[in-house]
Design a protein around this ligand. Structure first.
Ligand SMILES: Nc1ncnc2c1ncn2[C@@H]1O[C@H](COP(=O)(O)OP(=O)(O)OP(=O)(O)O)[C@@H](O)[C@H]1O
Length: 245
């Protein structure tokens, strides 16, 4: 399934301040691939994820389209979870607070009848012995992996992972990237938002990378092609010692 943003502009107006957070963004997330979305903090990556997963804030005004397999999306409720899965940047927001993570994962297993809880937890590197804990009793990295398990359970053909490895040690992060790689190899369209460029580059995990700056897509290509660009903003991502302009 191909997911895409077409000419998507998102303007946020909270009444106290307003800002254009996405500016005519064209973004392709093809099946069978991991597309890495990179860019400096606050440039709009999570907003692009929210647009693809139908979870923009109420204060957002949009123009342009979100398309799944070429068809403009009008009714998000029918797509969420089963068709388009989201691993949110703050994993704890994937759960409600009143029930254990295990109970919530089992509810997803029953609802979608796709992956088992055991399979999803193992793929997400989430330790099964934690399932009796409530969401707030987890560490940041633990709840992030629980949220990945929750996102995988419905086996969505499109998976958006917002900083899937941000709170993880290197070995666990590598395991999570390997899972996302296998998930894409099985046919899913995966969009991974990340600052974990050294891991992406060394393990050749992503098929393509898309670079954002101030709400706009500024470059798209293989990671190695982007790394070779003679642009100070781009170089800042690949050579962390160089100050960004
Ligand atoms: N719920 C919200 N309501 C209003 N504005 C928001 C909301 N969430 C984010 N923004 C604004 O949208 C802009 C883009 O934020 P976004 O979260 O997409 O950045 P990001 O690239 O994902 O950053 P980071 O790498 O730090 O997570 C920021 O200026 C931010 O202040």
């Amino acid at each position: 399934m191909l997911a895409e943003l077409r000419g998507l502009t998102v303007h946020i107006d909270t009444g106290r301040w307003n800002e254009t957070v996405l500016d005519a963004v064209d973004l392709l997330v093809p099946p069978g691939e991991i597309t890495a979305l990179l860019g400096e903090s606050g440039c709009g990556k999570s907003m692009a994820a929210a647009a693809l997963t139908g979870s923009l804030p109420d204060s957002a005004h949009t123009t342009g389209q979100v398309r799944i397999d070429g068809e403009p999306v009008r009714e998000w409720r029918s797509l969420r979870g089963g068709t388009v899965g989201l691993l949110p940047q703050a994993g704890v927001t994937a759960f409600h607070s009143e029930d254990t993570v295990g109970a919530q994962l089992r509810a997803l297993e029953r609802r979608y009848n796709r992956w088992s809880v055991e399979r999803a937890c193992s793929a997400a590197r989430y330790p099964a012995e934690l399932t009796d804990l409530y969401p707030h009793q987890h560490s940041g990295g633990q709840i992030q992996r629980a949220a990945l398990a929750a996102a995988l359970l419905p086996e969505p053909p499109v998976l958006v992972a917002d900083e899937p490895t941000a709170s993880l040690d290197t070995a666990t992060a590598y395991g999570v990237w390997a899972t996302l790689r296998r998930y894409a190899d099985a046919g899913a369209a995966v969009l991974a938002i990340t600052h974990d460029i050294p891991m992406l580059a060394s393990a050749r995990i992503a098929d393509r990378a898309v670079l954002m700056r101030a709400g706009k897509i500024t470059a798209t290509g293989r990671l190695s092609d982007l790394a070779a660009l003679d642009d100070p903003y781009v170089r800042g991502f690949f050579q962390p010692t160089a100050p960004r302009p």
